[in-house]
Design a protein around this ligand. Structure first.
Ligand SMILES: CC(C)(COP(=O)(O)OP(=O)(O)OC[C@H]1O[C@@H](n2cnc3c(N)ncnc32)[C@H](O)[C@@H]1OP(=O)(O)O)[C@@H](O)C(=O)NCCC(=O)NCCS
Length: 181
């Protein structure tokens, strides 16, 4: 079981035992899921257990829980994958479900841990991410970690208060190395 240690959090591969009613509540909460594609599905313990079990079997995706170091509390998830081995890149996604953990640097630290894993253990050349333009907090966390805006898909998605663009982000290994000598 892979575990990545940070300062205030650690990432550990998610198992079906981590699928609790609280986690299901995050997925179904319209404030939390407003910028996530998963909001179009209703989630249950059974459906999410099945989802997590599939991710665990996958050879092209790593699906981690974000846990607080001081309490071991599960507060969100971060994923890297699908991994394209031929071209050495992968897409990542992040989700902090526990609202009391927002604004404390947790997403920023989780992104930092996952890109370290991507460029060292997985030997990737680049990591991609996509963010709804309205999701300013998410955009900020990626940019703080050295992701560069590479494009903008104009008015690509529908939200509860109108359409929004998708901001396409990426970081190259050499850029990450320059920031983490
Ligand atoms: C968006 C999300 C990932 C941010 O996580 P977080 O742990 O609160 O983020 P952090 O504390 O690491 O950093 C947030 C940064 O955004 C800034 N920020 C927070 N809210 C903001 C807002 N409304 N507008 C602008 N910036 C904002 C913070 O000031 C901080 O930047 P700073 O360190 O320069 O001050 C989290 O709220 C979340 O998972 N939301 C639900 C799911 C989601 O939207 N996931 C992202 C999909 S791409």
């Amino acid at each position: 079981m892979i575990e990545l240690q940070g300062t205030s959090i650690f990432l550990r591969e998610l198992t079906v035992d981590n699928v609790t009613p609280e986690y299901i509540g995050w997925l179904n909460d319209p404030e939390i899921n407003q910028y996530l594609e998963s909001r179009f599905t209703h989630h249950s313990i059974e459906s999410v257990r099945e989802f997590v079990a599939k991710k665990k079997e996958s050879e092209t995706e790593f699906f981690f829980g974000i846990f607080l170091k001081n309490s071991q509390k599960h507060v969100g998830n971060v994923k890297i994958g699908p991994i394209n081995r031929e071209h050495a890149f992968a897409t990542m996604g992040i989700f902090v479900g526990d609202k009391t953990s927002w604004g404390k640097g947790i997403a920023s630290e989780a992104i930092s841990l996952i890109i370290h894993f991507a460029f060292t253990c997985l030997q990737l050349f680049r990591v991609d991410a996509g963010v709804y333009e309205k999701n300013t907090a998410s955009l900020r966390t990626f940019q703080k970690n050295g992701f560069v805006v590479e494009g903008r898909r104009r008015m690509h998605r529908v939200t509860h208060d109108g359409r929004t663009s998708i901001i396409l982000l990426g970081i190259l290994r050499e850029e990450w190395e320059a920031l983490n000598p």
